[in-house]
Design a protein around this ligand. Structure first.
Ligand SMILES: O=c1ccn([C@@H]2O[C@H](COP(=O)(O)O)[C@@H](O)[C@H]2O)c(=O)[nH]1
Length: 620
């Protein structure tokens, strides 16, 4: 049984002394307009509390930093705005471990609401579950009022008498004046997300820009446009920033446009043209983004200067830029309250002690240090079994369902949510011919995970270097997936490969991000040596061929014919049911597999309880 630990989570500002926190190495580039951005926080408001001191600030620290920088902006007579690009749930006990009675993220929304955002929008994760979307509407959108901007998401609500009405999740756009009197027109688009719950509607951005309300909103020229949306800033297949910028450019060829994207979890910067800059501020409270624009009030648009920085999210960063005594009373009380919430949510409950660290990106998935190997070699074969089944099973995981590393040491309830935040259940398709099962994993990895977005957009499908993305030779509706995790891993691996071959003397630096974006000068606020990262597959599986079942099932035929031995049960998370069905139907033509062939494999386990069970059995 689980035991209560004598340690407390947060407000540990520097949790692991063996991992020193480096300082930034230069001042921030201030402009006439400065914008701080957050994105893809996924519930990490307590910061990173194990081993990663570089990301160990918490929401209270961020609050104080923003408050001090706002004071500094006033002292300088410039503007400082704050924006967030969405994805606040899925990935941390603080959101996913919400006690019964409220939907996930309910309490964390109150912490979010403390932050003086000028524009805040939704991500796709707020829209996977209808009750989460409704809570977002009732709590966060209502709190922020006109500052909660969602330009292309509608929600259908049922009133008490069962009558339906469809509303925009947030304000479609926001026009406002900054403290220094500049005019801003802001939009909050989400990529053309298709995997949302029923009762939600997302309009493709390329359709949104044709709407009369959009054309009316852009007619008048502001000092600058502020686009804050949940969409990769690269020209990936699910991104349509170029379409939106182009629509604005048709009316205002030279007006400054600032873009704050997200979704792909990377630090990134691109320029759509010389009068715009697009920034993405990473993920998981690791990064605070900074953009500044100089020359914004000049009629001569050829002198505009854009700068960007990626700040490591820790107290050293905040002290360096905002002063040693940057703490505010309110920031400290947020920190304190987070500690209490962690206790209330029982997040310190220890399920076991991990004997070593297991990583998601640092090692190949075949390495003993890989979390994917831990899951497929040990966790799944031990726990996801059915002694009543006469056939062996092959369990397939979408690696996107696993979100983070396991660090050596206590494995707590919070870690469980960090690793596997989704409530996906284990389903199976029984009795699949062995020859078909053998081809399943390679096939799935060839076509990739099903798209979250429709790819009918007008955006060209190009990679970050404007090279065509590798095309798959087979015609398949799922081909050429661009999953977030895949892109994130590809980018980390590229950055690691590039920097480790060129840098010298880097061994003195602490590990961290070494960002290779598309904007001039270095963007990272603190110098690091890169954390190793290698390519990982989109799908992994337990061993093939699977060992024979240690079955209690009475074989349906006492002679146990060859034919029967030749069958395998295919087990998978419900989230990838469409991928499995479509792969099976592509790999054989004898039978058409449908939803009717799918049943629950184990009722007692879901993605988010898997590691608890394993830690209690093997690590306690
Ligand atoms: O129920 C779910 C929902 C999502 N996933 C995985 O997450 C990614 C999408 O997350 P992003 O943060 O937007 O990348 C999706 O591709 C799945 O791999 C899941 O496993 N279960």
């Amino acid at each position: 049984a689980a035991v209560q630990l004598p340690f407390e989570l947060g407000p540990l500002q520097q949790p692991d002394s063996s991992s020193p926190v480096a300082n930034p190495y230069r001042q921030l580039p201030w402009g006439d307009v400065n914008i701080i951005s957050t994105t893809d926080t996924h519930g990490w408001l307590m910061g990173h509390q194990r081993q990663e001191a570089g990301f160990s600030g918490d929401w209270g620290d961020v609050y104080s930093f923003v408050a001090r920088m706002k004071d500094e902006a006033r002292r300088r007579g410039v503007d400082l705005l704050l924006v967030d690009s969405g994805d606040r749930v899925d990935g941390n006990g603080l959101v996913d471990g919400e006690p019964a009675g409220h939907v996930k993220g309910w309490t964390a929304m109150s912490y979010f609401a403390e932050m003086p955002y000028d524009v805040i929008t939704t991500g796709n994760h707020e829209l996977y579950k209808y009750p989460v979307a409704v809570a977002t509407y009732n709590k966060l959108a209502k709190h922020y009022g006109e500052r909660y901007v969602t330009s292309n998401v509608n929600l259908t609500l049922n009133d008490q008498r069962g009558k339906q009405r469809t509303v925009s999740l947030g304000n479609k756009y926001r026009k406002f004046k900054t403290e220094q009197g500049r005019t801003v027109t802001a939009f909050g688009p989400l990529f053309d997300f298709k995997a949302h719950a029923a009762g939600i509607d997302v309009q493709a951005p390329h359709e949104m820009v044709k709407e009369p309300w959009f054309l009316d909103a852009i007619a008048e020229e502001p000092s600058f446009f502020l686009l804050v949306g949940h969409m990769s800033i690269r020209k990936e297949p699910d991104s349509e920033w170029s379409t939106i910028v182009k629509a604005i450019r048709e009316v205002h060829p030279h007006t400054p446009i600032t873009v704050f994207g997200g979704h792909h979890h990377i630090r990134d910067c691109v320029r759509e043209d010389s009068n715009s800059m697009s920034l993405a501020a990473g993920r998981y409270m690791e990064t605070v983004g900074w953009m500044s624009i100089k020359g914004i009030d000049s009629a001569d648009r050829s002198n505009l200067e854009f700068h960007r920085r990626y700040l490591d999210q820790n107290r050293n960063t905040y002290k360096y830029h905002a002063g040693d005594d940057f703490d505010t009373k309110k920031g400290q009380s947020i920190t304190k309250s987070l500690t209490q919430t962690a206790k209330d949510f029982n997040l310190t409950l220890q399920f076991g002690v991990a004997p070593q660290s297991y990583y998601l990106y640092r090692h190949p998935h075949t390495s003993d240090k890989s979390i994917l190997k831990l899951l497929t070699d040990k966790v799944l074969p031990l726990l996801v079994t059915r002694p009543d089944r006469p056939y062996p099973s092959l369990t397939i995981l979408n690696s996107g369902s696993i979100r983070f590393d396991i660090f050596k040491g206590p494995f707590t309830r919070n870690d469980q949510w960090i690793i596997l935040p989704f409530t996906n259940s284990f389903e199976y398709i029984p009795s699949v011919p062995r020859s078909v099962a053998a081809k399943l994993l390679p096939y799935l990895n060839l076509v990739g995970e099903h798209h979250l977005a429709s790819l009918t957009s007008t955006t060209t499908t190009t990679s970050s270097d404007d090279e065509p993305l590798p095309q798959l030779s087979i015609a398949h509706p799922h081909a050429q997936a661009a999953s977030v995790e895949l892109l994130y891993r590809r980018r980390l691996a590229e950055e690691y490969a590039a920097s480790s071959s060129t840098s010298t003397g880097e061994e003195k630096l602490t590990p961290g991000y070494v960002t290779a974006d598309k904007c001039s000068e270095l963007g990272d606020d603190t110098l690091h040596r890169p954390i190793p990262a290698v390519w990982q597959p989109t799908f992994v599986s337990t061993a093939f061929p699977p060992p024979p079942p240690s079955t209690n099932a009475s074989s349906s035929s006492s002679s146990s014919s060859e034919e029967e031995e030749d069958k395998i049960d295919i087990v998978f998370f419900d989230f990838i049911q469409p991928d499995i069905l479509s792969a099976l139907n592509a790999l054989q033509k004898t039978k058409t597999f449908t939803e009717g062939d799918v049943s629950l494999f184990v009722g007692s386990l879901t993605a988010n309880t898997l590691m608890q069970s394993y830690a209690e059995r093997e690590w306690s």
